[in-house]
Design a protein around this ligand. Structure first.
Ligand code: CA2
Length: 146
């Protein structure tokens, strides 16, 4: 199994700024823990603050990974281009959010990219990423038995 995590704009600041919303842990520490938790899964990681680079990464990995875990950050609420990229590839993508976007400002209540994703997980802090990987693994093993 090979899973790609993609983090969008400002998520390079995890653990550094706004700890009340996004937590105190650094992404590097969390990623280490995630990889240790899923020793049989190769977890690749990419972060960019640039919409086009996120789209390029989706194109690059969208046919040869078993799943994509995507936190598109604020592009979630604005990017038709990322939605189009997700729709153009075959790898299933789970949309992830650290915060519960429905408890926040109204402009965060709508996701433009959701129709391009197999599912949505949000509101569980960094644990949202683990839950997304669990969902992709469960989905893949169900597909193998069908
Ligand atoms: O809850 C999430 O994961 C979000 O995708 C985070 C985005 C926000 O625009 C979405 O509405 C919900 C913002 C990411 C900003 O990340 C930071 C992390 C640490 C410090 C400052 C920003």
């Amino acid at each position: 199994m090979r899973i790609q995590i993609i983090n969008g704009p400002n998520l390079n600041l995890l653990g550094v700024r706004e700890p009340t919303i996004y937590g105190k842990r650094t992404w590097e520490d969390y990623l280490k823990e995630l990889r240790a938790r899923f020793p049989k899964v190769r977890i690749d990681y990419f972060q960019s603050n640039t919409e086009g680079e996120i789209i390029d990464k989706i194109h690059e990995v969208g046919f040869d990974r078993d799943g994509i875990v995507l936190n598109a950050g604020a592009y979630t609420h604005t990017s038709i281009a990322i939605l189009d990229a997700l729709k153009s590839v075959s790898t299933p993508t789970v949309e992830v959010h650290i915060s519960n976007v429905y408890q926040r400002e109204e402009f965060r209540h709508h996701s433009i990219i959701s129709p391009g994703c197999v599912g949505f997980i949000g509101g569980f802090g960094l644990d949202s990423y683990r839950l997304a990987i669990e969902a992709l693994l469960a989905n893949a093993s169900q597909a193998r038995t069908e």
